[in-house]
Design a binder for this molecule. Structure first.
Ligand SMILES: [Mg+2]
Length: 186
């Protein structure tokens, strides 16, 4: 069992930092719950780079980036009992120093930390299960006949479940899924 876990929107929630920066910089009022598409910046006539700049600035304040749920470090330990668990993040490489500090600060330990370009598909990577919140990544993973666990977020509500796409509301759901996956393989 090889599991690839995404960072932003799955383990880390930087929204309380980036949303105020975004609001101030572009004079736009937006709430996390109102972000109902991945490329939400397009509805304000913005480009991906505009969002990326704000997001990178937010991660510089890594000590204030929240965890998406309680006891993530312990839940990752449980998942690692079933096989290899890597963090696979698609992002600007210059923020990786902050990411590594955040993981250490939160005592979250993974087998490997892998970074791919922000627009790169994770689907080609050698994992059987991916945990992600990006509707784009999820569709590509399912298309390549691998399993995509979709971590509930406002921007992925439109994603429908099928044999390869399974919605999870927290890491406990992920543990239950992975346990069954490993048992079915025996
Ligand atoms: Mg993400």
């Amino acid at each position: 069992m090889k599991l690839a876990i995404d960072l932003d929107g799955v383990l880390a929630d930087a929204s309380e930092i980036w949303i105020p920066i975004f609001q101030k910089k572009f004079n736009i009022q937006i709430l996390k719950n109102q972000i109902n598409s991945w490329n939400f910046w397009e509805q304000f006539g913005l480009q991906y780079n505009d969002f990326e700049e704000v997001f990178d600035e937010a991660w510089a304040d890594w000590q204030n980036v929240k965890e998406t749920e309680n006891n993530i470090s312990e839940k990752i330990i449980q998942l690692r009992n079933f096989g290899q668990v890597d963090l696979v993040t698609a992002r600007n490489k210059k923020t990786m120093g902050f990411v590594n500090k955040w993981l250490e600060y939160k005592k979250i330990q993974l087998d490997n930390v892998i970074v791919v370009d922000a627009n790169e598909s994770k689907a080609i990577l050698d994992y059987n299960i991916f945990l992600d919140d990006s509707p784009i990544q999820v569709k590509q993973i399912a298309h390549s006949k691998k399993i995509a666990l979709v971590y509930n977020q406002p921007w992925n509500r439109e994603i429908k479940e099928n044999n390869n796409i399974i919605r999870v509301k927290n890491l406990f759901d992920v543990i239950l899924f992975v346990r069954k996956f490993v048992e079915d393989f025996k």
